[in-house]
Design a protein around this ligand. Structure first.
Ligand code: P6P
Length: 329
């Protein structure tokens, strides 16, 4: 008897059955994200063939060159989720302000924050890109959601995950009951369960992942943290695409770092839709996260697009980095 093929739809429904009070809204959100991921994956894999690669000639809210695929991914996610009645508000790296649910659609009890296409500066080089998403419960009192529903600490996330568009397209998510990975089978357009109950290997491979070009801009403590890893015989692997570097860390172990430095005192990566969702995933997989001093999940957000230093990986490596930073500032 062949093993049953577990699609993401079947997996999410089976997970939902474990929560009698579940309304199904939550499952619908995850399934809508999976649909958006399939559409984005198709366009990325065609990027070399159609005139969708290259700059859209616009800058995003951070003054960064917006690639057409960035715009496309942002629109796909909005269109996949704006009408479902499950969300009360959205936020995107590509959009300055909270994104309201159109008046013509009902509001729901969840808020979605996302980076629609991270690493897009690597598009032409065919480097793996990613989508990162974070889901919170609605806490505001009004019918339509807003900033209050978005500025929540990472420990209140009800779900988080990412899509990595690489040699294959994978969707990895957690709802707090383990981390589960699905690989897209393009011939049937389905995400199939390929990595059930993912755990970061511990001890994992001796890999550290950081952009060493900034070494001279780091604090003494940060420099010491990296020097210690080199002294312990670690190898450096740095793709420069957050989701790709994270996915490797989750599968192989080690530590990813994007530290603060003299040029970026808050680091470069975004708290709400990059650091916090990946921190939930790594935590659920038995690893740890930090901003250099404490867990990413405990940070109380002040602004929608605020940045944070980011450390993700094996717990003992995160703790060693925090100790070095604490000792040497
Ligand atoms: P740096 C890609 O541009 C990105 O936003 C992340 O995906 C990646 O981790 C980081 O920036 C790379 O930044 O400064 O090392 O080029």
């Amino acid at each position: 008897m062949a093993e049953p093929v577990i699609t993401i739809g079947r997996h999410i429904i089976e997970q939902e059955r474990r929560y009698p009070e579940a309304t199904g809204a939550f499952s619908d959100i995850l399934l809508d994200i999976a649909i958006a991921a399939k559409i984005i994956s198709r366009e990325i894999n065609r990027a070399g063939l159609v005139d969708i690669v290259g700059s859209a000639g616009k800058l995003n809210v951070h003054g960064e060159d917006v690639r057409k695929l960035d715009e496309f991914a942002d629109e796909v996610i909005f269109n996949a989720l704006d009408h479902s009645g499950n969300l009360c508000v959205m936020a995107s790296e590509e959009v300055e302000d909270p994104i309201p649910i159109p008046e013509k659609f009902p509001c729901g009890n969840y808020a979605l924050l996302h980076d629609p296409l991270d690493g897009s500066s690597n598009i032409e080089a065919n480097v793996s890109l990613g989508t990162i998403f974070s889901i919170h419960r609605k806490i505001s009192k009004g019918e339509r959601g807003g900033t209050e529903d978005l500025l929540q600490p990472g420990h209140r996330q009800v779900a988080a995950g990412y899509v990595v568009y690489g040699s294959s397209t994978m969707l990895v998510y957690t709802t707090g009951a383990g981390v589960h990975g699905f690989t897209l089978e393009p011939s049937i357009g389905e995400f199939l369960l390929s990595h059930p109950s993912m755990k970061i290997p511990d001890p994992g491979k001796k890999i550290y992942s950081v952009n060493e070009a900034y070494y001279k801009r780091w604090s003494l403590g940060q420099q010491k943290a990296v020097d210690e890893l080199k002294d312990d015989g670690f190898s450096l692997r740095y793709i420069g695409s957050l989701v790709a570097d994270f996915h490797r860390t989750l599968l192989y172990g080690g530590v990813f770092m994007y530290p603060a430095d003299s040029t970026n005192p808050r680091g470069k990566l975004r708290l709400l839709y990059e650091a916090a969702p990946l921190a939930m995933v790594i935590g659920e997989a038995g690893g740890a996260s930090s901003d250099g001093h404490g867990s990413i999940l405990e940070i109380e957000p002040q602004e929608l697009h605020q940045r944070t230093p980011l450390y993700l990986g094996n717990r003992h490596l995160i703790e060693r980095a925090e100790a070095a930073i604490k000792a040497d500032g």
